[in-house]
Design a protein around this ligand. Structure first.
Ligand code: FES
Length: 256
């Protein structure tokens, strides 16, 4: 056996100890949802994060083994998407939108205020750094995020991907202090706040139905266009049977 495969075997043994039987059963349930097992990689990475709070080397080995992929293939995916974390997260993950619209409405100020609030010894907390011991009660990881798809409600932040709309520096600091005191302030809309790891389990497809999965997540601002259309009897033109005729592209001039 080569040295490299020895390392691989050691990693698999370590992964087997890290992930309990329930996680293995959940992984099999996720894989069974797809015609091709490799399609289950994204939810499996969320499942790994629900156990460890990040994607560790053991987590990569676990996914690779379950899906018959190489560790390099799993790593390539895990390092591409920002929702997969390279370092252990706190009990809560705070994502502050600093994209253009939210930034102009105060998102940059909110992010900087939280950096200062959560920092220690005069140093602001950095992107994806954690105040407190990762995973322990009251620990908080901070990140800045690109557009969180709630521009009509900016500046927004998310805690464990639940929305807190129309924020200010004062309200954001209050939210953080609530979290650090062990409380879970209600999101502006959607389901009640849980923990980062519980949210990751839901992203893997395992929901706590009792927690209110059917709570409305749309905001009045977002639905205003639909309401206006209904009030005024506006409708989009019906799609023709043969869409190619109406949407035919103009001819492209030949290159010379
Ligand atoms: S710019 Fe912040 S949600 Fe779109």
């Amino acid at each position: 056996m080569s040295e490299r495969s020895d390392v691989g075997v050691q990693r698999l043994t370590s992964a087997a100890k890290t992930f309990d039987e329930q996680t293995h059963l959940r992984a099999e349930a996720v894989i069974a949802r797809y015609p091709r097992s490799r399609s289950a990689l994204l939810p499996l990475l969320h499942l790994v994060q629900s156990v460890q709070g990040y994607v560790s080397q053991d987590g990569i080995a676990f996914c690779a083994d379950k899906l018959d992929l190489t560790a390099a293939e799993v790593s390539a995916v895990a390092t591409f998407y920002t929702m997969y974390k390279r370092r252990p997260c706190g009990e809560h993950l705070i994502s502050v939108c600093t994209n253009t619209l939210c930034a102009m409405l105060g998102g940059d100020d909110i992010y900087q205020a939280l950096q200062t609030e959560l920092g220690g010894d005069g140093a602001p907390l950095g992107h994806e750094q954690t105040a407190g011991e990762p995973g322990e009660a009251g620990s908080v990881t901070l990140e800045h995020a690109e557009c969180l798809a709630a521009c009509d409600l900016g500046p927004v932040l998310q805690i464990n991907y639940e929305y807190y709309d129309n924020q200010s520096t004062a309200s954001a600091i209050e939210l953080v202090n609530e979290l650090r005191a062990g409380r879970r302030p209600a999101p502006t809309r959607g389901v009640p706040l849980t923990s980062f790891r519980q949210a990751e389990l839901e992203l893997a497809g395992f929901f706590n139905e009792a927690a209110g999965a059917d709570d409305p997540s749309a905001a009045a601002e977002t639905l205003r266009g639909v309401v206006m259309a209904n009030e005024n009897g506006w409708q989009a033109p019906a799609m023709p049977e043969d869409a190619t005729e109406i949407h035919a592209l103009p001819p492209v001039p030949e290159k010379k």
